[in-house]
Each structure stands twice: as structure tokens, then as C-alpha cells.
Design a protein around this ligand. Structure first.
Ligand code: ADP
Ligand code: MG
Ligand code: ZN
Length: 483
């Protein structure tokens, strides 16, 4: 058995309006005309000069502070030189020896434990253009879209602290949630705004030090991240098992065949001929700005997770689901506020169970949700007041979800209101007992299971709308008075 050692490099596009070093707008690659958001700076024309986007630095600091990093008072942009058609300048401006921030941490929660993952560094850079390769074998060609060239990018590198493919996925998810909380990145992996690279090695349990690693590039989903790591862990373990070496190299993930494939030997840092970017001054960050950004950070997922457990007496499982997305957490809190009679646990069950169920079925997100927290509060109020029972409440919620109508209107229009009226129920009960003298005497003779049968008859006579508790009490009372 071998112990996996994993460290992740995450590239997150920063959701600014304009690019990192020029005024070009950041556009949606799947929507905008290719090469429509390009200027001489991001097209790499000679003689142009980059200017740092202040908002991108601010967003980068937001992330670094949320990860509890140490911020460098001075960081340096560097040129990372390599030739590739997605990089018109022939180099990428990145940060190298002196990154924006170092030494942070991120909490991850597995089913039964909580762990802190150390963050090695957070730095700013620019994205490259996007290449599309034809699959035409007879006359192959590649298309270049420079709309992405120069889009601000944040690279977040972890220490090799992760110990399983699952932990790596949880780390990825926690980071994605954090970026979304901070408004820095949409987290939309289909659009490629968040991309993972996984470094992985294995060693016998108990061994000190790390063995040779491989790096899996361009992982665009959590599924790909977890599956490719599982595969690579297995592959390396087998090699070590038979005494063969693991070669340090860059791998790709073949989604269809579900295997990793070697792409190239690992490049060394020297290959890039890094040197300080002569066209940009050192990036100086003053304390006041850092304090201001720190002060304006929203409540972060980890803090919210703890508060939800303490304040609402929820278990870790519920709290975890509710805080994953800020919108959901806000919805839940607005619901609690609007429904003081409803216990948070009941509210949590309705949100994560019924409401999420309807949303999943419809493939709909929170943004298109027609049920407001106040409307759901109205529904749950009726439920706890005994105006409607649980099955009815579920039917009403489904209707609210479809039409956006208020629960009161739906209950009214469909006559779903539960009958709690004691006189009405008492009359129905005595009528049922009068109509069934034989069953009554059998019951009184000791056949107590008939209680359920009477209950069923009353519920049928009231079309299922009678308050079950009131019916049970009334039945017990009248039956005992006939003995
Ligand atoms: P580069 O890929 O630029 O050479 P680094 O040496 O800084 O980078 O490491 C990149 C990532 O690889 C980091 O997340 C680090 O935690 C991880 N890493 C480094 N060594 C190992 C190893 N032996 N096994 C697994 N992960 C590793
Ligand atoms: Mg790397
Ligand atoms: Zn530009």
C-alpha cells in the first residue's frame, strides 16, 4: 500500500471588466466573436507597454487575504519565455521569485474530519490565447483566439498536503466556493475560468520525504481531477511495486479512455529564462489598502459553517450544504428570519431536501428560482400551524416552484386547507362510529388494531384534509366513551 502525496496548482481567471495589462474587455469566449477583444498590447505588438490593472490586484489580494496569506509589500512581475502560438509576445508576464502572497491555508472537510491545507503561494499572471486544433488529419490546422490573451489570472499553489484523490477534489471544491464568495471568479468550469493541475507522487506509508512526481495538466472538472488522480496513484503504485521508476513528466487526462497519457518531459525552471519584466515597476502594496480590503471581506464559507452550527444548532452535514454557495446561505437566513415559528432544522430539511430536489429535477439554479424565502416561510408557517399536513405542503411547494404563486393562494384555490376545526372532526368521527357498530364492538372487545381502520375512514371522509393529530385524539376520546 502506498500513500498518495498531492499538491494542486489552480488557475483562476479574475472576473475584472478589462484585461491584466491593457484596456481590452474580458469577454465570454463562448459568445464573443473570436479576436474581437484584442489590442496591440495583448496581441504582442512591438513597442507597446503593459499597465497593471489595479482591480485585478485588488481581487488577487482579496483571495490571498481570505486564504490568510502573508502579502508581499513588494512583488515583482517576471517574463516567462517560451514560444507557442497562443502567446504572441513570446513570453508570459507572471510573478516568479517574489509572488503577491505566500503561506496561506484552506480548510477542507472530509466526511469525518477537518484538515488544514497549506497554501504555498498566490501570484498574478496573464492568461494565454485559446487554441482550437482541427481534427482533420489530411490538412490539419489550428485556430487562435486572442480574446483570452491577457485576461488576469491568479495562480494558487498548495503545498503537497493532500493525501487522496478525494481530498484533492474537496480542496478544489472549497477553493471554488471561496472564489465565488469573493466575487472573483464565477467558478464556471465548463467555460474554463477555473483550471486545475495536479502534482502527484506516492510513497510507502511511514516513509519520510517525497518520491518523483508527475503533473496532470488541464483538468477542467472535479470529476476529471479525482478520476485522473486515482488512476495516476494506481499507476505509480504498480510501478513502485515492481521496482520500476516513475518518470517525472507532464501528463494529460484522456477523458474518454479514462487514462493519463504522457505529454512531455517536465520542463525545468531554467528552460523559461525567467527575468524581471523590464516594462513594469515593482508592484508596491501599502498596508492601508490591505487593511481596507481585509475589512471588506464578506463572511467566508468556513466562518459561516461554524456560525450556522452554533447559531441554528444544525449538524455539520446540513451546515456544509447550506454554506457551499453564498446565495443558498442567504436564502436560508432570509427564510429563518421570515419564519420565526419554524425550527432551523425543519427549514434546512425543506431547503436541502424538497427545494433542492425540485431544482435538481428542473436543472434550475438559484437565480431563476420563483420561490422567495418569504413565500417558503409562509408555507412552513402553515405547516407548523397545522393548516396543512406534510404531503400537502410538498404538493404546494411543487406548485409554487412551477408557477411562483404564493402558498396561501394555492391552498385557497385548491381547497387544501387542513381541517382542524374540532366540531367538524368530532361530527365526522361520531358519524363513522355510528355507521360501523360491528367494528366498534370488536374494537371494544380488544381488537385495538381497528383504531387505524377508523382513522383511515375519517381521513377518507375528510378527503385527507383533517388534522391527523386532532382525528386521533377525537377517535380515542369517543371510542373510550362508548365502552
Ligand atoms: P513547478 O510545477 O512549477 O515545478 P513546484 O515545485 O512549485 O512547481 O510544485 C508545484 C506543485 O507540486 C505544488 O503544489 C507542490 O505542492 C506539488 N509537489 C511538489 N513536489 C511534489 C511531490 N513529490 N509529490 C506531489 N506533489 C508535489
Ligand atoms: Mg507545475
Ligand atoms: Zn488588449
Amino acid at each position: 500500500m502506498y500513500e498518495p502525496i498531492i499538491g494542486l496548482e489552480v488557475h483562476a481567471e479574475i472576473a475584472t471588466h478589462s484585461k491584466m495589462f491593457c484596456g481590452c474587455p474580458v469577454v465570454d469566449l463562448t459568445e464573443a466573436e473570436p479576436n474581437s477583444a484584442v489590442c496591440p498590447v495583448c496581441a504582442g505588438m512591438p513597442g507597446t507597454l503593459p499597465v497593471v490593472n489595479q482591480r485585478a490586484v485588488e481581487y488577487g489580494l482579496r483571495v490571498a487575504l481570505a486564504l490568510e496569506c502573508e502579502i508581499a509589500p513588494v512583488s515583482i512581475f517576471a517574463r516567462k519565455n517560451y514560444f507557442y502560438p497562443d502567446l504572441p509576445k513570446g513570453y508570459q508576464i507572471s510573478q516568479y521569485k517574489q509572488p503577491l502572497a505566500r503561506s496561506g491555508l484552506l480548510n477542507i472537510r472530509t466526511a469525518d474530519s477537518e484538515r488544514q491545507v497549506q497554501i504555498r503561494r498566490v501570484h498574478l499572471e496573464e492568461d494565454t490565447g485559446k487554441l482550437t486544433h482541427s481534427d482533420d488529419d489530411t490538412s490539419p490546422y489550428s485556430l487562435v483566439d486572442l480574446n483570452r490573451a491577457g485576461v488576469p489570472l491568479l495562480e494558487i499553489v498548495s503545498e503537497p498536503d493532500l493525501r487522496s484523490a478525494e481530498e484533492a477534489r474537496l480542496y478544489g471544491e472549497a477553493l471554488r466556493n471561496l472564489l465565488r464568495y469573493l466575487g472573483v471568479n464565477s467558478g464556471n468550469m465548463q467555460k474554463g475560468v477555473l483550471r486545475f493541475e495536479a502534482n502527484v507522487s506516492v510513497r510507502p506509508f511511514g516513509e519520510e520525504g517525497f518520491r518523483t512526481r508527475t503533473e496532470i495538466k488541464n483538468l477542467n472538472s472535479f470529476r476529471a481531477l479525482e478520476r485522473s488522480l486515482s488512476y495516476e496513484i494506481e499507476r505509480q503504485s504498480e510501478l513502485h511495486g515492481v521496482g520500476k521508476p516513475v518518470v517525472q513528466q507532464t501528463m494529460g487526462w484522456d477523458e474518454r479512455r479514462e487514462i493519463t497519457v504522457p505529454q512531455r518531459g517536465k520542463e525545468e525552471e531554467d528552460d523559461y529564462r525567467y527575468f524581471p519584466e523590464p516594462d513594469l515597476p515593482p508592484l508596491v502594496i501599502n498596508e492601508k489598502w490591505i487593511d481596507e480590503i481585509r475589512l471588506n471581506l464578506p463572511e467566508l464559507p468556513q466562518a459561516k459553517f461554524q456560525r450556522f452550527q452554533a447559531e441554528y444548532e444544525l449538524g455539520a452535514y446540513d451546515a456544509d450544504i447550506l454554506v457551499a454557495e453564498k446565495g443558498v446561505a442567504d436564502f436560508f437566513e432570509a427564510l429563518i428570519k421570515a419564519a420565526p415559528k419554524v425550527s432551523p432544522k425543519l427549514a434546512a430539511n425543506w431547503v436541502t431536501g424538497e427545494l433542492f430536489g425540485l431544482m435538481n429535477q428542473a436543472g434550475a439554479g438559484l437565480s431563476s428560482l420563483k420561490v422567495s424565502p418569504q413565500a417558503l416561510a409562509g408555507l412552513l408557517d402553515m405547516l407548523v400551524d397545522g393548516n396543512i399536513n406534510t404531503p400537502t405542503a410538498k404538493t404546494v411547494l411543487a406548485e409554487m416552484f412551477e408557477s411562483g404563486q404564493s402558498p396561501e393562494a394555492i391552498v385557497e384555490a385548491k381547497g387544501l386547507s387542513q381541517i382542524s376545526d374540532a366540531d367538524h372532526i368530532a361530527n365526522t368521527v361520531s358519524q363513522i362510529l355510528d355507521e360501523n357498530p360491528e367494528q366498534v364492538s370488536k374494537y371494544l372487545g380488544g381488537k385495538e388494531s381497528l383504531a387505524n381502520w377508523f382513522f383511515g375512514q375519517v381521513m377518507r371522509a375528510t378527503k385527507g384534509k383533517a388534522n391527523p393529530q386532532v382525528v386521533k385524539n377525537e377517535l380515542a376520546r369517543q371510542l373510550s366513551s362508548r365502552s
